[in-house]
Write a protein that binds this ligand. Sequence first.
Ligand code: SAM
Length: 327
Amino acid sequence: RHNSQGDANFLEDETTKNFAQKVADHYSARSNQTLEEREASPIIHLKKLNNWIKSVLIQLYARRGDAVLDLACGKGGDLIKWDKAKIGYYVGIDIADGSIKDCRTRYNGDADHHQRRKKFSFPARLMCGDCYEVRLDKVLADDAPFDICSCQFALHYSWSTEARARRALANVSALLRPGGIFIGTMPDANVIIKKLREAEGLTFGNSVYWIRFDEVFSDKKFKSSRPFGTKYTFHLEDAVDCPEWIVPFDVFKSLAEEYDFELVFAKNSHEFVHEYMKRPEFVELMRRLGALGDGNQDQGTLSADEWEAAYLYMSFVLRKRGQPDKN
Ligand code: SAM
């Protein structure tokens, strides 16, 4: 297969598959943590903040009875958040079979997980698959349309090639109803590229994360003619060690438009916190999660290094064009 750029350096299909496998193996190998291990994590407050961000997105956009598609659902860390939103149906897909197994265990309620809880009130379908390769409209023809799709901390894994990025957006677009919502959180390319340019070499970071770009980007110039396949290695202490790809936001936005999405908003995590911590219900949620500091600062209980790592991410909300059915 040819890519539209006809670029000889462009990742070949096999290489892309190998990278996808690498990502899958990485996440599959990450075992479930006990509550004690989780609390001892050097990024526990960052994890709490990220859970708060996802909860806010879900509370803002999920409606009672919604059919939900969770792309790259991982171990099902958001199941409880969806349950609180009283959704009607849930489909979760992830490339890592180890994660899907954990997700199934969590859904069935027989894990020693975070808390003993009653069963989830919605039916769920959990599947292992590559969301950026497979035609999900075919696989999920009987489950569609969905009211809301979520892709949390994972859409950037589709940006290795144009074909995969397109498949990701085409899948979501084909499965959402008109007026349906697509929410997600992913690395903020503007922040990462700014930090790369400020760095002396091709690596930068702090005590909780580092990012290393490949030698091919030693001039630190990103050609707008090649917006896919800009790879870096991301290490987040106690969480991630993976090849990842830059998602230039303007390209993401215009590609999304091609697939009938309009942008509702996009916000860096710092801005997101600042904005939604103005609302008492979300302040209360932050307090319950244990990430609310004692001052007036957005940083809450995060260390300075965790707060800087939070700055690497942004959230987006897209809406599928069209009017929802009246009935
Ligand atoms: N969304 C979950 C959450 O917020 O807790 C998991 C986030 S984790 C940082 C990234 C997830 O993306 C992993 O579970 C990984 O297996 C999944 N992933 C990466 N590439 C994928 C692909 N091509 N198809 C499906 N899932 C993928």
